[in-house]
Design a protein around this ligand. Structure first.
Ligand code: CAA
Length: 259
């Protein structure tokens, strides 16, 4: 499929790489981009060979938010009844294989929310995160008020949402929003390294790990622990479990067949 707002490629036939590509608007997220992003993610998710996908932007901007120009004139009726702004954003949550956000530059508003919808964030040292919607007379509309406090705690999330200030990469790592910070010129190497590593593991175990961690993020502790235990037990029905444990016991590398 040809995309107008994305560049899409694969690496080593194992990793999907999606680059947001509306440079003049600092990758502002309009309806077309989010529709294309959903389609590209679903295509990689359905591809047996792909084990992990990376979403990235440009050096200056991962994404500077939802497209303010497109929304400026919307009425409540357009936003609510037409559901024009974020209607197709949650499709990312249906992706079952891991998605890494490789963030450089601005990740603001919907850009920060998009990064938080990914499974983890690797940031370049020039990354800046923020929820500046308050300055526009609105609030985050794609999960920011829910995912940010879960990631960084109430106090910092309130600070970000109420003042609209930006957090640099160091603060974001300290707060737990991002998993790693690397120099800008190493960002894609680092993200690719992680994605290739993940792609080398059992796809079934990887999907189960993602599903189970998300359960912790979205539900209560005892439900989550029970859910994890059921998935853990279920993995003993896979050939990959036999292979992984036999390889360890016999001190040899494992070769996973995703069965
Ligand atoms: N939507 C549409 N266009 C945007 C945009 C956005 N979110 N962010 C930047 N742009 C455009 C600018 O209008 C500008 O276009 P022109 O060249 O045609 O004027 C171009 O991108 C470059 O931007 P700047 O000249 O402003 O660049 P800068 O380096 O001076 O500033 C910035 C960069 C701090 C990111 C600034 O652009 C900015 O504050 N952008 C808006 C950030 C924002 O408020 N995001 C939240 C949007 S609302 C939202 O996301 C709702 C939600 O939760 C779903």
């Amino acid at each position: 499929m040809a995309y107008e707002t994305l560049e899409v490629r694969t690496e080593a036939e194992k990793v999907g790489i999606i680059t947001l590509n509306r440079p003049k608007q600092l990758n502002a997220l309009n309806d077309q981009l989010m529709t294309e992003l959903g389609a590209a993610l679903q295509a990689f998710d359905a591809d047996e060979k792909i084990g992990c996908t990376i979403i990235t932007g440009s050096e200056k901007a991962f994404a500077a938010g939802a497209d303010i120009g497109a929304m400026a004139k919307y009425s409540f009726v357009d936003a609510y009844k037409g559901d024009y702004i974020t209607r197709n954003w949650e499709s990312i949550r249906s992706i079952r294989k891991p998605v890494i956000a490789a963030v450089s530059g601005f990740a603001l508003g919907g850009g920060c929310e998009l990064a938080m919808m990914c499974d983890f964030i690797i940031a370049a040292d020039n990354a800046k995160f923020g929820q500046p919607e308050i300055k526009l007379g609105v609030i985050p509309g794609a999960g920011g008020t829910q995912r940010l406090p879960r990631a960084v705690g109430k106090s910092k999330a309130m600070d970000m949402a109420l003042t609209g200030r930006m957090m640099d990469a160091t603060e974001a790592e300290r707060a737990g929003l991002v998993s790693r910070v690397v120099p800008l010129d190493k960002l894609m190497d680092e993200a690719l390294g992680a994605a290739l590593q993940i792609s080398g593991f059992s796809q079934i175990a990887v999907m189960a790990a993602k599903e189970s961690v998300n359960r912790a993020f979205e539900g209560g502790l005892s439900d989550g622990v029970m859910f994890e235990r059921r998935l853990f037990h279920a993995l003993f029905a896979t050939q990959d479990q036999k292979e992984g444990m036999d390889a360890f016991v016999n001190k040899r590398p494992a070769t996973f067949t995703h069965q």
